[in-house]
Design a protein around this ligand. Sequence first.
Ligand code: SF4
Length: 388
Amino acid sequence: MPRIELLVIQPTPFCNIDCRYCYLPDRRSKAVVAPETLFNLFSQVFASGWVGEFLSVVWHAGEPMVLPIQFYREAFGMLAELKPIGLRVAHSFQTNGTLIDDAWCAFFAEEQVGVGVSIDGPRHFHDRHRLTRSGRGTFDRTIAGIRRLRRHGIPFHVISVLSAASMAAPREMFEFYVEEGIEQVCFNVEESEGDHVSQSFREAGLEAAYYRFLNEFWRLSVTAPGKLTFIREIEHALGQVIRPAEVRFNNQLVEPFAITSMDWAGNISTFSPELLGLKNSAYEDFILGNINHDALVDLPLRSNFIRMLADIEAGVEMCRERCEYFSVCGGGEPVNKLAENGTFASAETIYCRLTKMRATDLVLDALERVRDSRSVPREGAVRAEFGR
Ligand code: SF4
Protein backbone atom coordinates (compact mmCIF):
# COMPACT_ATOMS: atom_id res chain seq x y z
CA MET A 1 0.00 0.00 0.00
CA PRO A 2 1.37 3.48 -0.81
CA ARG A 3 2.29 5.73 2.08
CA ILE A 4 1.77 9.47 1.49
CA GLU A 5 4.41 11.42 3.42
CA LEU A 6 4.32 14.71 1.59
CA LEU A 7 1.39 16.45 -0.07
CA VAL A 8 2.41 19.21 -2.47
CA ILE A 9 -0.50 21.50 -3.29
CA GLN A 10 -0.46 24.19 -5.94
CA PRO A 11 -2.90 26.80 -4.63
CA THR A 12 -2.30 28.89 -7.76
CA PRO A 13 0.19 28.60 -10.61
CA PHE A 14 0.62 32.38 -10.54
CA CYS A 15 3.87 33.98 -9.47
CA ASN A 16 4.30 37.71 -8.96
CA ILE A 17 7.89 37.59 -10.21
CA ASP A 18 9.58 35.94 -13.20
CA CYS A 19 12.88 34.26 -12.39
CA ARG A 20 15.10 33.45 -15.34
CA TYR A 21 15.55 29.82 -14.33
CA CYS A 22 11.91 29.10 -13.40
CA TYR A 23 10.53 25.84 -14.80
CA LEU A 24 6.84 26.53 -14.04
CA PRO A 25 5.10 26.93 -17.39
CA ASP A 26 1.84 28.56 -16.23
CA ARG A 27 3.24 31.17 -13.87
CA ARG A 28 1.20 33.95 -15.51
CA SER A 29 -2.11 32.16 -14.89
CA LYS A 30 -4.16 33.54 -12.00
CA ALA A 31 -6.22 30.38 -11.56
CA VAL A 32 -6.92 29.38 -7.96
CA VAL A 33 -7.73 25.97 -6.53
CA ALA A 34 -11.44 25.65 -5.65
CA PRO A 35 -12.56 24.76 -2.10
CA GLU A 36 -14.36 21.70 -3.54
CA THR A 37 -11.08 20.50 -5.04
CA LEU A 38 -9.31 20.82 -1.68
CA PHE A 39 -12.22 19.04 -0.01
CA ASN A 40 -11.99 16.18 -2.51
CA LEU A 41 -8.23 15.95 -2.04
CA PHE A 42 -8.26 15.92 1.76
CA SER A 43 -11.22 13.58 2.09
CA GLN A 44 -9.81 11.12 -0.46
CA VAL A 45 -6.31 11.21 1.01
CA PHE A 46 -7.63 10.50 4.51
CA ALA A 47 -10.08 7.84 3.31
CA SER A 48 -7.37 6.05 1.33
CA GLY A 49 -5.59 4.64 4.37
CA TRP A 50 -2.36 5.79 2.70
CA VAL A 51 -1.41 8.25 5.45
CA GLY A 52 0.58 7.30 8.55
CA GLU A 53 0.97 9.30 11.74
CA PHE A 54 2.45 12.41 10.16
CA LEU A 55 1.72 14.36 7.00
CA SER A 56 3.70 17.26 5.62
CA VAL A 57 1.76 19.68 3.39
CA VAL A 58 3.71 22.07 1.19
CA TRP A 59 1.93 24.92 -0.57
CA HIS A 60 4.07 25.56 -3.61
CA ALA A 61 4.42 25.36 -7.43
CA GLY A 62 3.54 29.04 -7.83
CA GLU A 63 3.87 31.86 -5.29
CA PRO A 64 1.55 30.82 -2.43
CA MET A 65 1.44 34.28 -0.85
CA VAL A 66 -0.32 35.92 -3.79
CA LEU A 67 -3.51 34.48 -2.28
CA PRO A 68 -5.06 36.12 0.79
CA ILE A 69 -4.39 34.81 4.28
CA GLN A 70 -8.07 33.97 4.60
CA PHE A 71 -7.70 31.40 1.81
CA TYR A 72 -5.22 29.48 3.96
CA ARG A 73 -7.23 29.91 7.15
CA GLU A 74 -10.12 28.18 5.42
CA ALA A 75 -7.96 25.53 3.77
CA PHE A 76 -6.09 24.67 6.99
CA GLY A 77 -9.41 24.62 8.86
CA MET A 78 -10.93 22.26 6.30
CA LEU A 79 -7.98 19.90 6.53
CA ALA A 80 -8.09 19.96 10.33
CA GLU A 81 -11.76 19.02 10.31
CA LEU A 82 -11.33 16.17 7.84
CA LYS A 83 -8.12 14.62 9.15
CA PRO A 84 -8.14 11.53 11.31
CA ILE A 85 -7.76 12.12 15.04
CA GLY A 86 -4.13 11.78 16.02
CA LEU A 87 -2.68 12.60 12.59
CA ARG A 88 -0.04 15.28 12.95
CA VAL A 89 0.08 17.76 10.08
CA ALA A 90 2.76 20.34 9.34
CA HIS A 91 2.12 23.05 6.77
CA SER A 92 4.89 24.85 4.97
CA PHE A 93 5.29 27.52 2.29
CA GLN A 94 8.08 27.95 -0.19
CA THR A 95 7.96 31.63 -1.12
CA ASN A 96 9.93 34.31 -2.92
CA GLY A 97 9.48 36.40 0.24
CA THR A 98 8.45 39.59 -1.55
CA LEU A 99 4.94 39.70 -0.04
CA ILE A 100 5.75 38.99 3.61
CA ASP A 101 4.11 41.58 5.84
CA ASP A 102 3.14 41.75 9.53
CA ALA A 103 -0.17 39.99 8.95
CA TRP A 104 1.55 37.06 7.24
CA CYS A 105 4.06 36.83 10.07
CA ALA A 106 1.21 36.69 12.60
CA PHE A 107 -0.41 33.93 10.54
CA PHE A 108 2.82 31.93 10.28
CA ALA A 109 3.27 32.17 14.04
CA GLU A 110 -0.33 31.26 14.81
CA GLU A 111 -0.38 28.23 12.49
CA GLN A 112 3.27 27.30 13.00
CA VAL A 113 3.83 27.31 9.27
CA GLY A 114 7.31 26.27 8.12
CA VAL A 115 8.68 29.02 5.88
CA GLY A 116 11.28 28.66 3.16
CA VAL A 117 12.40 31.82 1.36
CA SER A 118 14.19 31.76 -1.97
CA ILE A 119 17.12 34.17 -2.01
CA ASP A 120 20.28 33.61 -4.01
CA GLY A 121 22.70 35.47 -1.73
CA PRO A 122 23.78 39.12 -1.88
CA ARG A 123 22.04 41.50 -4.28
CA HIS A 124 24.44 41.13 -7.21
CA PHE A 125 23.93 37.33 -7.25
CA HIS A 126 20.21 37.38 -6.48
CA ASP A 127 19.28 40.07 -9.00
CA ARG A 128 20.93 38.28 -11.89
CA HIS A 129 18.11 35.78 -12.08
CA ARG A 130 15.31 36.65 -9.67
CA LEU A 131 13.52 39.42 -11.53
CA THR A 132 10.13 41.06 -11.83
CA ARG A 133 8.23 40.82 -15.09
CA SER A 134 9.62 44.21 -16.04
CA GLY A 135 13.16 42.92 -15.47
CA ARG A 136 13.90 44.61 -12.14
CA GLY A 137 15.74 42.82 -9.37
CA THR A 138 13.71 41.54 -6.42
CA PHE A 139 16.46 41.56 -3.80
CA ASP A 140 15.16 44.55 -1.83
CA ARG A 141 11.69 43.10 -1.44
CA THR A 142 12.94 39.63 -0.57
CA ILE A 143 15.41 40.81 2.05
CA ALA A 144 12.72 43.08 3.52
CA GLY A 145 10.53 39.98 3.91
CA ILE A 146 13.36 38.06 5.60
CA ARG A 147 14.06 40.94 8.00
CA ARG A 148 10.39 41.06 8.87
CA LEU A 149 10.36 37.33 9.63
CA ARG A 150 13.32 37.88 11.93
CA ARG A 151 11.67 40.82 13.69
CA HIS A 152 8.67 38.61 14.42
CA GLY A 153 10.85 35.70 15.53
CA ILE A 154 9.46 33.39 12.83
CA PRO A 155 11.80 30.45 12.18
CA PHE A 156 12.65 30.09 8.49
CA HIS A 157 15.22 28.65 6.14
CA VAL A 158 16.43 29.99 2.83
CA ILE A 159 17.02 28.20 -0.45
CA SER A 160 19.74 29.71 -2.59
CA VAL A 161 20.29 28.67 -6.19
CA LEU A 162 24.02 28.69 -6.79
CA SER A 163 25.50 30.08 -9.99
CA ALA A 164 29.09 29.79 -11.16
CA ALA A 165 29.68 33.27 -9.72
CA SER A 166 28.26 32.58 -6.26
CA MET A 167 29.99 29.19 -6.12
CA ALA A 168 33.25 31.05 -6.52
CA ALA A 169 32.43 33.27 -3.53
CA PRO A 170 31.77 31.07 -0.47
CA ARG A 171 33.07 33.65 2.01
CA GLU A 172 30.91 36.42 0.57
CA MET A 173 27.87 34.12 0.66
CA PHE A 174 28.66 33.07 4.23
CA GLU A 175 29.13 36.64 5.42
CA PHE A 176 25.85 37.66 3.78
CA TYR A 177 23.86 35.01 5.67
CA VAL A 178 25.55 35.85 8.95
CA GLU A 179 24.97 39.58 8.50
CA GLU A 180 21.30 39.01 7.76
CA GLY A 181 20.83 36.60 10.66
CA ILE A 182 19.98 33.74 8.30
CA GLU A 183 20.76 30.53 10.18
CA GLN A 184 19.41 27.73 8.00
CA VAL A 185 20.48 27.44 4.39
CA CYS A 186 19.81 25.03 1.55
CA PHE A 187 21.69 25.19 -1.72
CA ASN A 188 20.25 24.27 -5.06
CA VAL A 189 21.97 24.32 -8.40
CA GLU A 190 20.16 25.58 -11.43
CA GLU A 191 18.77 22.36 -12.85
CA SER A 192 17.63 21.25 -16.27
CA GLU A 193 13.94 20.52 -15.84
CA GLY A 194 11.26 20.30 -18.49
CA ASP A 195 12.11 22.77 -21.24
CA HIS A 196 14.52 24.68 -19.06
CA VAL A 197 18.15 23.90 -19.88
CA SER A 198 20.55 24.77 -17.09
CA GLN A 199 23.25 27.31 -17.95
CA SER A 200 25.27 26.20 -14.92
CA PHE A 201 25.45 22.63 -16.22
CA ARG A 202 27.35 23.92 -19.24
CA GLU A 203 30.08 25.45 -17.08
CA ALA A 204 33.41 23.63 -17.16
CA GLY A 205 34.71 22.49 -13.77
CA LEU A 206 31.28 22.73 -12.17
CA GLU A 207 31.70 19.70 -9.91
CA ALA A 208 35.04 20.84 -8.54
CA ALA A 209 33.64 24.33 -8.01
CA TYR A 210 30.64 22.93 -6.12
CA TYR A 211 32.87 20.79 -3.92
CA ARG A 212 35.18 23.74 -3.18
CA PHE A 213 32.21 25.96 -2.37
CA LEU A 214 30.61 23.52 0.07
CA ASN A 215 33.96 22.67 1.62
CA GLU A 216 34.84 26.28 2.31
CA PHE A 217 31.31 27.20 3.37
CA TRP A 218 31.25 24.33 5.87
CA ARG A 219 34.69 25.27 7.19
CA LEU A 220 33.60 28.87 7.69
CA SER A 221 30.45 27.82 9.49
CA VAL A 222 32.39 25.62 11.92
CA THR A 223 34.79 28.44 12.68
CA ALA A 224 31.84 30.69 13.64
CA PRO A 225 29.77 28.46 15.93
CA GLY A 226 26.09 29.28 16.35
CA LYS A 227 25.84 31.43 13.23
CA LEU A 228 24.78 28.86 10.64
CA THR A 229 22.88 26.13 12.45
CA PHE A 230 21.80 24.11 9.41
CA ILE A 231 23.41 23.60 6.01
CA ARG A 232 21.10 21.14 4.30
CA GLU A 233 23.65 19.62 1.92
CA ILE A 234 26.08 18.88 4.73
CA GLU A 235 23.42 17.67 7.17
CA HIS A 236 21.91 15.33 4.58
CA ALA A 237 25.26 13.93 3.55
CA LEU A 238 26.35 13.48 7.18
CA GLY A 239 23.04 11.84 8.03
CA GLN A 240 23.42 9.33 5.21
CA VAL A 241 27.10 8.57 5.58
CA ILE A 242 26.93 8.12 9.36
CA ARG A 243 23.68 6.16 9.28
CA PRO A 244 23.23 3.01 11.34
CA ALA A 245 23.42 0.04 8.98
CA GLU A 246 19.94 -1.19 9.94
CA VAL A 247 18.27 2.10 8.94
CA ARG A 248 17.11 1.85 5.33
CA PHE A 249 17.47 4.91 3.12
CA ASN A 250 14.08 6.14 2.01
CA ASN A 251 14.10 8.00 -1.30
CA GLN A 252 10.62 9.52 -1.38
CA LEU A 253 11.14 10.63 -4.97
CA VAL A 254 11.02 7.07 -6.30
CA GLU A 255 8.36 5.69 -3.93
CA PRO A 256 4.88 5.77 -5.50
CA PHE A 257 2.69 8.44 -3.86
CA ALA A 258 5.16 9.10 -1.01
CA ILE A 259 5.08 12.56 -2.56
CA THR A 260 1.62 13.24 -3.94
CA SER A 261 1.23 16.46 -5.89
CA MET A 262 -1.94 18.24 -6.94
CA ASP A 263 -2.22 21.27 -9.22
CA TRP A 264 -4.84 24.00 -8.85
CA ALA A 265 -7.24 22.12 -11.16
CA GLY A 266 -7.12 18.90 -9.11
CA ASN A 267 -4.73 16.97 -11.37
CA ILE A 268 -2.68 14.45 -9.43
CA SER A 269 0.89 13.33 -10.00
CA THR A 270 3.58 11.62 -7.97
CA PHE A 271 7.34 11.06 -7.76
CA SER A 272 9.24 14.35 -8.37
CA PRO A 273 6.81 17.24 -7.66
CA GLU A 274 8.24 19.17 -10.62
CA LEU A 275 6.67 16.61 -12.98
CA LEU A 276 3.29 18.16 -12.33
CA GLY A 277 3.02 20.86 -14.94
CA LEU A 278 5.62 19.47 -17.33
CA LYS A 279 4.47 18.36 -20.75
CA ASN A 280 5.27 14.84 -21.93
CA SER A 281 3.36 12.82 -24.50
CA ALA A 282 4.86 9.45 -23.48
CA TYR A 283 3.39 9.65 -19.97
CA GLU A 284 0.29 11.80 -20.66
CA ASP A 285 1.90 14.83 -18.99
CA PHE A 286 2.50 12.73 -15.83
CA ILE A 287 -1.10 13.36 -14.77
CA LEU A 288 -2.58 10.22 -13.25
CA GLY A 289 -6.09 11.52 -12.79
CA ASN A 290 -8.13 14.34 -11.36
CA ILE A 291 -9.24 14.35 -7.74
CA ASN A 292 -12.61 15.83 -8.76
CA HIS A 293 -13.47 12.93 -11.08
CA ASP A 294 -11.28 10.00 -10.14
CA ALA A 295 -10.72 7.84 -7.09
CA LEU A 296 -7.25 8.38 -5.62
CA VAL A 297 -6.96 4.70 -4.77
CA ASP A 298 -7.50 3.76 -8.44
CA LEU A 299 -4.62 5.88 -9.71
CA PRO A 300 -1.96 3.15 -9.25
CA LEU A 301 -3.88 1.15 -11.87
CA ARG A 302 -3.53 3.84 -14.56
CA SER A 303 -1.45 2.81 -17.54
CA ASN A 304 0.72 5.93 -17.50
CA PHE A 305 1.47 5.38 -13.79
CA ILE A 306 2.45 1.77 -14.51
CA ARG A 307 4.78 2.95 -17.31
CA MET A 308 6.30 5.65 -15.10
CA LEU A 309 6.82 3.24 -12.22
CA ALA A 310 8.42 0.60 -14.44
CA ASP A 311 10.83 3.14 -15.95
CA ILE A 312 11.67 4.77 -12.63
CA GLU A 313 12.28 1.37 -11.04
CA ALA A 314 14.50 0.41 -13.99
CA GLY A 315 16.47 3.61 -13.37
CA VAL A 316 16.80 2.81 -9.67
CA GLU A 317 18.07 -0.68 -10.56
CA MET A 318 20.69 0.85 -12.87
CA CYS A 319 21.77 3.08 -10.03
CA ARG A 320 21.91 0.13 -7.63
CA GLU A 321 24.08 -1.88 -10.03
CA ARG A 322 26.40 0.86 -11.22
CA CYS A 323 26.76 3.51 -8.58
CA GLU A 324 28.86 3.34 -5.44
CA TYR A 325 26.79 6.17 -3.95
CA PHE A 326 23.54 4.22 -4.13
CA SER A 327 23.36 3.56 -0.40
CA VAL A 328 23.34 7.31 0.33
CA CYS A 329 21.17 8.32 -2.63
CA GLY A 330 18.62 5.61 -3.31
CA GLY A 331 18.45 6.20 -7.03
CA GLY A 332 18.21 9.96 -7.40
CA GLU A 333 15.58 12.25 -8.84
CA PRO A 334 13.39 11.05 -11.71
CA VAL A 335 12.77 14.56 -13.07
CA ASN A 336 16.51 15.17 -13.52
CA LYS A 337 17.07 11.79 -15.17
CA LEU A 338 14.32 12.55 -17.67
CA ALA A 339 15.55 16.09 -18.37
CA GLU A 340 19.22 15.21 -18.69
CA ASN A 341 19.16 11.66 -20.07
CA GLY A 342 15.82 11.67 -21.87
CA THR A 343 14.47 8.76 -19.83
CA PHE A 344 13.61 7.78 -16.27
CA ALA A 345 15.32 4.45 -17.00
CA SER A 346 18.79 5.85 -16.56
CA ALA A 347 21.27 6.51 -13.79
CA GLU A 348 23.80 9.28 -13.49
CA THR A 349 23.03 12.96 -14.08
CA ILE A 350 25.04 16.16 -13.66
CA TYR A 351 22.58 17.02 -10.91
CA CYS A 352 23.31 13.87 -8.91
CA ARG A 353 27.05 14.18 -9.45
CA LEU A 354 26.85 17.55 -7.72
CA THR A 355 24.24 17.13 -5.05
CA LYS A 356 24.85 13.49 -4.14
CA MET A 357 28.33 12.48 -5.17
CA ARG A 358 30.37 15.61 -4.44
CA ALA A 359 28.47 16.40 -1.23
CA THR A 360 29.05 12.81 -0.05
CA ASP A 361 32.73 12.99 -1.05
CA LEU A 362 33.10 16.07 1.08
CA VAL A 363 31.80 14.31 4.18
CA LEU A 364 33.78 11.15 3.40
CA ASP A 365 36.96 13.19 3.00
CA ALA A 366 36.34 14.78 6.41
CA LEU A 367 35.70 11.32 7.84
CA GLU A 368 38.99 10.08 6.39
CA ARG A 369 40.88 12.87 8.10
CA VAL A 370 39.19 12.02 11.39
CA ARG A 371 39.98 8.31 10.90
CA ASP A 372 43.63 9.20 10.42
CA SER A 373 43.71 10.89 13.80
CA ARG A 374 41.17 8.96 15.91
CA SER A 375 40.30 5.31 16.22
CA VAL A 376 36.50 5.64 16.17
CA PRO A 377 35.06 8.23 13.78
CA ARG A 378 31.97 9.92 15.12
CA GLU A 379 29.68 12.54 13.68
CA GLY A 380 30.80 15.17 16.19
CA ALA A 381 34.41 14.53 15.32
CA VAL A 382 33.67 14.94 11.62
CA ARG A 383 31.99 18.26 12.32
CA ALA A 384 34.84 19.33 14.57
CA GLU A 385 37.36 18.42 11.90
CA PHE A 386 36.47 21.62 10.16
CA GLY A 387 36.94 23.66 13.27
CA ARG A 388 40.54 22.69 13.89
S1 SF4 B 1 24.23 9.39 -7.23
FE1 SF4 B 1 23.29 9.40 -9.26
S2 SF4 B 1 23.92 7.49 -10.24
FE2 SF4 B 1 24.28 7.31 -8.02
S3 SF4 B 1 22.46 6.34 -7.14
FE3 SF4 B 1 22.18 8.55 -7.05
S4 SF4 B 1 21.11 9.11 -8.96
FE4 SF4 B 1 21.96 7.07 -9.24
